[in-house]
Design a protein around this ligand. Structure first.
Ligand code: SIN
Ligand code: CO
Length: 382
C-alpha cells in the first residue's frame, strides 16, 4: 500500500510544501483500499477493557458529551440513530495486523508516529469542531463525511466554556470537502476542523506525536536527578561575613557552578536520553516473560525456522554515532551494529533470512536480551 499522490506531487514535494505547513486533500489516495473492519466489530473492540474507546454524542448545538469505554452491548443499543461517534485509539497496538496500514506513512520517522485511531459515526455524527496539536492524516475508509476547515489562529475564548471537550463555539469554514472511501486529508497542527458524517461512515486517523518543550525538559530533569550522586554543598573555606542574612557572591558562585556542571551534558549523553525517552511510550505493552531464553536457546529457535517479531506497541529507533550504533527500544538503549538496528527497526517481523547470516554471538546476545525484556516474541512465519 502506498499513497497515490496526484501527478504534480510526491513525498518530497509533500514534505516541502505541506507537512506542518498547510492542509492537503488527496482524492483516492488508496484506490484499492478494502475496509477490513465493520462497525459492529469496532463496537466489539470498544467493549474490551484494555482497548481505549470513547463515544462522543451531541445532545444540542452547545451540548457535547464524551463517555469513556469500556462499553457494553446495551450502551450501543441505547444510542440514537444519529449524532454520535465511536472512537478507538491505539488500534495498531491492540490489533497488530493494523500495523501494515501505517506503512505508507513511514516516510515520516517512526518516532513521530503516534497511533491509528478509527472512528465510526452514523449520519450527523461528529466529534465537534476542534483543532489538534498534532499533524494528522484522515483517511475515509467507508461512507461519506463532510470536512470543513479553517486556519485562523485560535485562543481559549474561541472554545465553548464548561465542556470537558475542547469544542469551538463558532465555525466559519474556509474550505469544505466531502470525502469518500480512499480520500486522505492531511492537516497540520492547529488547523481547526469539523467532520460530519453524511451517512454511516468510518474515518481512520493516523496521528503524530511531537514532544512539548515542557514534557521534554521535565523528563530530562527526572532522568538527570536519578543519575545524581548524593553530594552536598560544603564550605570548609568559610570565613566570617559582615551580615548573616547575605548569600555571598562566593557561595552563589559555588552553587551556580554546581547547577551548571550538572546541567551541561555532552551531545552523546543528551542523545542517549532522547533515544530512551522517545522510545519509552508503549513500554507497558512489553510481555511478561516467565521463561527467559539464553542466546543459545534463541539460536536453536531460529535454526528451527521460528520468526521473531517486535511486540506490538513497543517503539524502536536507532541513532548512528561515529564509533557505534545505539538501538532504543521500550525506553532502553543497547549498543549494536547498524545492520542489526536497521533490521529490527524495519518491520514488525524480523527478516529470518537476513538474521541467519548473522547468528553471531553478539546478535544472539542482543536478541536474547530484547526477548527477555518482553520486547520480542516468536510468532507465525513470514
Ligand atoms: C473523527 O474521526 O471523527 C475525528 C477525527 C478528528 O477530527 O481528529
Ligand atoms: Co481532530
Amino acid at each position: 500500500m502506498q499513497i497515490q499522490f496526484p501527478p504534480h506531487l510526491n513525498i518530497d514535494l509533500f514534505l516541502r510544501d505541506y507537512w506542518q505547513k498547510k492542509p492537503l486533500l488527496i482524492r483516492n489516495a488508496f484506490p484499492d483500499f478494502i475496509n477490513p473492519i465493520e462497525a459492529d466489530e469496532l463496537a466489539g473492540l470498544a467493549c474490551e477493557e484494555e482497548i481505549p474507546s470513547r463515544i462522543i454524542q451531541q445532545h444540542s448545538p452547545t451540548d457535547w458529551r464524551c463517555r469513556m469505554g469500556p462499553f457494553e452491548a446495551s450502551d450501543f443499543a441505547h444510542l440514537p440513530e444519529s449524532d454520535w461517534s465511536l472512537l478507538i485509539t491505539d488500534v495498531e497496538k491492540h490489533l497488530p495486523e493494523f500495523q501494515a496500514y501505517l506503512e505508507p506513512f513511514r516516510f515520516i520517522p517512526d518516532w513521530r508516529i503516534d497511533d491509528l485511531m478509527i472512528s465510526y459515526a452514523p449520519e450527523g455524527g461528529s466529534v465537534g469542531p476542534h483543532s489538534d496539536q498534532y499533524d494528522v492524516f484522515l483517511l475515509q475508509t467507508s461512507g461519506r463525511r463532510r470536512w470543513s476547515i479553517h486556519s485562523r489562529p485560535l485562543s481559549t475564548a474561541d472554545f465553548m466554556p464548561n465542556l470537558e471537550l475542547k469544542i469551538l463555539r463558532e465555525f466559519e469554514a474556509e474550505q469544505n470537502w466531502i470525502t469518500e472511501p480512499g480520500d486522505l486529508l492531511y492537516l497540520p497542527p492547529g488547523v481547526a476542523h469539523f467532520g460530519v458524517a453524511l451517512e454511516p461512515c468510518m474515518t481512520w486517523s493516523v496521528g503524530f506525536r511531537a514532544p512539548s518543550q515542557r514534557d521534554l525538559v521535565s523528563a530530562y530533569l527526572d532522568d538527570l536527578i536519578l543519575s545524581l550522586k548524593e553530594q552536598r554543598y560544603s564550605d570548609p573555606e568559610l570565613s566570617q561575613q559582615p551580615h548573616p542574612s547575605e548569600i555571598t557572591p562566593h557561595a552563589r558562585q559555588k552553587l551556580r557552578d554546581t547547577l551548571r556542571q550538572q546541567l551541561t551534558q555532552s551531545d552523546a549523553q543528551l542523545d542517549l536520553f532522547l533515544g530512551r525517552y522517545l522510545s519509552e511510550a508503549g513500554r507497558e505493552y512489553a510481555l511478561e516473560v516467565f521463561d527467559e531464553l539464553s542466546p543459545e536457546q534463541i539460536k536453536i529457535e531460529l535454526k528451527q525456522g521460528n520468526t521473531l517479531q517486535k511486540v506490538a506497541g513497543i517503539r524502536c529507533s536507532y541513532m548512528q554515532f561515529e564509533q557505534e550504533t545505539q538501538l532504543f527500544i521500550g525506553g532502553e538503549n543497547v549498543q549494536t551494529s547498524l545492520e542489526l538496528a536497521q533490521l529490527i527497526g524495519k518491520a514488525a517481523k524480523i527478516d529470518k533470512k537476513a538474521l541467519t547470516t548473522g547468528h553471531t554471538p553478539s546478535t544472539l546476545r542482543l536478541l536474547s536480551q530484547l526477548y527477555n525484556f518482553g520486547f520480542l516474541e516468536f510468532c507465525d512465519d513470514l
